[in-house]
Design a protein around this ligand. Structure first.
Ligand SMILES: Nc1nc2c(ncn2[C@@H]2O[C@H](COP(=O)(O)OP(=O)(O)OP(=O)(O)O)[C@@H](O)[C@H]2O)c(=O)[nH]1
Ligand SMILES: [Mg+2]
Length: 274
């Protein structure tokens, strides 16, 4: 076994065996790490899930999350895929833009106010949203450490209009979850990933991962691609370890998130009626 294989196997084992119980103060009431994907349509969210499964399972390439080249959305449901006993990755419907319809829904998802495995609708209806928030109190979820993951293909490059909405969105994701989203740049050999990385760093993003996904058409294992995917998951767990070094209060965090969300929805409603 050469040095590379040893490293890959070691990192994979670390990820597979990761447990929140081993964090500085134990699990503090959390029992799952939830990687919540979002991004524009067709940028490689579903494909990223298949890449993660491929690398972690170390078997045949299988399609778990349906992915294809299309000008319209492929994914409409928010589906959860367990990667390990602790880590679950959640596919999402792609946004066409990041306006208040889409972002409101995503903030609610990030705060765990919306159940998993349901169809995602972008709605601007204030009463509907408030109803759903109230429903979520029936069975409140405050046991997930949620990590937002923004998937962006470098094929296109960020347009000026997109930069502004993306920056605002990234800031709000942080308010909603306490962490900056991790940015995963896909199609890295199809555009200027250095430029894209810089733009996201200027928006405050601390962790930008550059990958070339394994796809249905091209999934011949390469050392570089394996390492990139493992690095993505490993760096998330590093971040989780860091956050869990401090005392947390899951119930209180949920209340803070709810306040933020209610304020956002209220402001959105007011602006709409101007
Ligand atoms: N070459 C290459 N192709 C990719 C990469 N990531 C995704 N693709 C391809 O891009 C197309 C769209 O990928 P999806 O994973 O369906 O994108 P999505 O973000 O899930 O799209 P929606 O569900 O519609 O929002 C598919 O044909 C993928 O095979 C990548 O890193 N490199
Ligand atoms: Mg998809």
């Amino acid at each position: 076994m050469d040095g590379y294989e040893r490293t890959v196997d070691r990192v994979r084992d670390y990820i597979l065996q990761f447990s929140l119980d081993n964090c500085a103060f134990g699990n503090q009431g959390y029992n799952r790490v939830l990687l919540q994907l979002f991004g524009y349509m067709g940028h490689g969210k579903s494909t990223l899930i298949n890449s993660c499964k491929y690398v972690l399972d170390d078997g045949e390439y299988r399609i778990y999350a349906k992915a294809s080249a299309s000008i319209s959305s492929v994914t409409f449901n928010r589906t959860a895929y367990p990667l390990t006993n602790i880590i679950t990755i959640v596919d999402n419907r792609g946004c066409s833009t990041f306006n208040a319809y889409e972002t409101g829904e995503i903030y609610a998802q990030l705060g765990n106010f919306i159940p998993l495995n349901e169809k995602v609708e972008w709605t601007n209806n204030y009463e509907d949203m408030i109803d759903r928030l109230e429903d979520s109190e029936m069975d409140p979820n405050f046991t997930d450490v949620t990590i937002p993951v923004f998937v962006y293909s470098v094929k296109k490059g960020l347009a000026e209009g997109e930069k502004k909405e993306t920056k605002e969105f990234i800031d709000n994701c942080r308010k909603m979850t306490g962490v900056y989203p991790i940015v995963v740049l896909t199609h890295k050999t199809y555009g200027d990933f250095l430029q894209a990385e810089r733009e996201f760093q200027l928006m405050g993003v601390e962790n930008v991962i550059k990958i070339e996904n394994y796809t249905k058409e091209d999934h011949g294992r390469t050392q570089g691609r394996h390492k990139e995917i493992l690095h993505f998951l490993y760096s998330i767990l590093e971040d989780v370890n860091f956050q869990m070094k401090y005392k947390r209060n899951p119930r209180k965090e949920r209340v803070e998130r709810k306040k933020f969300l209610l304020k956002f929805l209220h402001e959105r409603e007011v602006n709409q009626n101007l």
